[in-house]
Design a protein around this ligand. Structure first.
Ligand code: URA
Length: 231
């Protein structure tokens, strides 16, 4: 990759600023100052700005422990967005892989790899999402069988795909669903006469929310977590 492109992709500097920095001798590649913006950076080479190593360009993958009060969109006039919790360059390139409602907490995946995002969110890929749900009313005996048969939600043409409900206490359960329809968990419980009061996502596919992540914190995914999702 061209040196100026490499630096633009890994920082928030404009291409014009990057060219100036290179010309001024602020950039070194493997310890040697490089003043040619068009020179090639080879895989494995370390590019430094003012002696500080830059991240490798390429797809990025993060998990965030989403707190309440943040919206899962990239821009919003009225509420803070989850991207405000992420301190990375080129935030505008990041996408949210499977949104959570403003009042839902837990595992949110963020990436700039569109295919990987699609593998998580496409209903055709059947990627399981596991939620811990707290309800206003005790869970009736008919809830688990109805969820496993599939429920026709208001305004939908097809019933939900089979979902698994594991009751933990009278009004608390773990629900595994394969899709991510708008407000799906809340609408499923509403359809059986109950109401979700707390919703927390624990897992997406094989990726489990890291217990060491405090609310509002994020970390890069491990190689194993990234490759557990097959685009
Ligand atoms: N289902 C919902 O109702 N809300 C969420 O945030 C996620 C799934």
């Amino acid at each position: 990759m061209r040196l100026d492109k490499y630096i633009s992709q890994t920082t928030d500097f404009s291409r014009k600023e990057v060219k100036k920095m290179i010309k001024n001798g602020w950039i070194d590649v493997d310890g040697a100052i490089q003043t040619d913006a068009g020179s090639q950076v080879m895989p494995g080479q370390q590019v430094c700005l003012d002696g500080e190593p830059l991240a490798q360009p390429g797809p990025r993958y993060f998990m965030l422990n989403k707190p309440q009060g943040y919206v899962s969109v990239t821009k919003d006039a009225n509420h803070p967005t989850v991207l405000e919790l992420i301190e990375e360059p080129n935030l505008d390139k990041l996408q949210i892989a499977g949104r959570l409602d403003i009042d839902t907490t837990g595992l949110l995946l963020i990436t700039d790899d569109g295919q990987w995002n699609h593998a998580i969110t496409s209903p055709r890929k059947s990627c399981n999402k596991v939620y811990h749900v707290t309800l206003a009313e005790d869970i009736s005996n008919e809830t688990a069988p109805r969820f496993s048969e599939g429920i026709l939600l208001d305004g939908e043409l097809k019933p939900t795909l089979p979902a698994t409900l594991d009751v933990i206490y009278a009004n608390e359960a773990r629900l595994t669903i394969q899709e991510g329809k708008y407000h799906q968990v809340k609408r499923m419980f509403a359809a059986v006469g109950n109401r979700v009061v707390e919703l927390h996502r624990e897992r997406v596919g094989d990726i489990v929310l890291d217990p060491d992540l405090a609310e509002g914190d994020y970390r890069p995914l491990t190689e194993a977590e990234i490759s557990s999702v097959q685009p």
